[in-house]
Design a protein around this ligand. Structure first.
Ligand code: ZN
Ligand code: ZN
Length: 417
């Protein structure tokens, strides 16, 4: 056996442990004495336990993990009374908010079955999502404002692996998914911590270059896409890690390949076609095509899951408007893998994307000091939802438009110019 092309040989157990360590130290930036609130599904227990150990080793005062169970979620859809779907555990989200306010960090282990709710009543799915969005909003706001350090990291689960590798046996599929996670999360390298620091610095450099340009709009052209979106006044491009309001440096998504900012909620015009299916809260939406007028979706279609899409954009007025625009080169390691993950954490880092709904105030100059009215005046969108969907591909061209109307090529065939 030759190992010439393999940088590092580690066992699965070693890689899992390393992922836990990198998640705590690089992603979360957990400080000694800090409390940690983690969410995870029962299928992700092995990684959640590694993270817990590394959090305590880093000096965590207390790690509290809230586990979810897919079977129990389905039992609700099958047996709960109809009123159940307008209700969410507000007391739980209030408790999370209280923990964040008193200094806790937040870590989410992702790994959900991408089509868990695909066969459930879209009306129930929509109502349940809305109830959770409402109840979670005050706590989530502390996250979107980067008041606290937080991160999301993924663990392979049997259902997710089966969705990605339907022709493989369960053992082979989950092994492939773990390798894909270790690869794209930069664990399969000699020194993941230093590789992550270098990658983080590169994303910051890319964002700084875009901030110098002060583009007022971006123009997109590709198959099924002919679209222009305005950027919010005093927008800031961000990428990689940030220092949270509590002073702790974190990299909120692992992996992350995007630089992103806040579009202007009233300035989007034209037609956009998604380049990847969207897995949203356990349902698949495919073949999305929408038309914007003055920032608002006036027409929306999907070849699969259109009803879920319509319910999603009917959540509130802001759900029809854009809250994020992100640029990702087509050569990113995730795109390069050629895999479709059916998971936003990965797929959004494989392609340029836009998000419907809530904007990040951290993507505006002094955004954390502005009132909701001031944020709106700059073009920041407000909604209960924030849903990313992928519009980038190797066939997409993007131009930057300056305030004086000069058009500069920014990306050609999906790559930075
Ligand atoms: Zn994004
Ligand atoms: Zn997003």
């Amino acid at each position: 056996m030759t190992t010439a092309t393999v940088a590092v040989e580690r066992t699965y157990e070693q890689k899992l442990d390393l992922l836990g360590e990198v998640a705590v130290q690089v992603g979360l930036g957990l400080k000694a004495g800090q409390e940690l609130v983690m969410t995870a599904s029962l299928d992700t227990v092995p990684l959640a336990r590694r993270i817990t150990e590394h959090a305590y080793r880093a000096g965590a005062s207390l790690v509290t993990t809230l586990y979810t169970d897919d079977e129990a979620t389905l039992a609700r859809y099958h047996f709960a009374p109809s009123e159940s779907f307008d209700y969410a555990a507000g007391w739980l989200y209030d408790g999370m908010g209280a923990a964040f306010k008193s200094g806790a960090a937040r870590l989410a282990v992702a790994g959900a079955n991408p089509s868990l709710l695909s066969n459930e009543d879209p009306d129930k799915v929509g109502r349940a999502n809305r109830a959770v969005s409402k109840a979670y909003r005050p706590a989530l706001e502390l996250i979107t404002r980067h008041a606290i350090n937080w991160t999301i990291v993924a663990a392979a689960t049997p259902a997710w692996a089966a969705a990605m590798f339907p022709n493989d046996s369960p053992d082979v599929a989950i092994g492939k998914l773990w390798e894909a996670i270790f690869d794209t999360t930069r664990i399969n390298v000699d020194d993941p911590v230093s590789v992550w620091k270098k990658h983080d610095a590169e994303l910051h450099k890319r964002a700084a270059r875009l901030n110098e340009k002060r583009y007022s709009a971006l123009r997109y052209r590709g198959p099924g896409t002919d679209f222009q979106l305005g950027l919010a006044d005093d927008h800031l491009w961000l990428g990689g890690g940030t220092t949270a309001g509590n002073g702790n440096y974190c990299i909120p998504n692992m992996p992350t390949e995007e630089v992103f900012t806040t579009p202007h909620k009233d300035r989007a015009d034209g037609t956009v076609t998604a380049t990847k299916p969207l897995s949203h809260q356990g349902t698949m939406i495919e073949g999305i095509q929408v038309r914007f007028e003055a920032g608002r979706i006036v027409e929306a279609h999907a070849s699969r899951g259109e009803e879920v899409l319509q319910k999603l954009i009917d959540t509130d007025d802001g759900a029809r408007r854009l809250g994020e625009v992100a640029l990702v080169p087509h050569s990113s390691p995730i795109a390069h893998s050629g895999m479709l993950f059916y998971h936003t954490l990965f797929d959004e880092n494989a392609a340029s994307h836009i998000a419907l709904g809530q904007s990040y105030s951290s993507c505006l100059r002094d955004g954390d000091k502005l009132t909701p009215e001031q944020l709106a005046a700059r073009g920041a969108n407000d909604s209960l939802i924030h849903v990313d969907w992928m519009i980038g591909s190797g066939k997409l061209d993007i131009d930057g438009v300056t305030a004086t109307g000069t058009v500069e090529p920014l990306m050609r065939q999906g790559e930075w110019v």
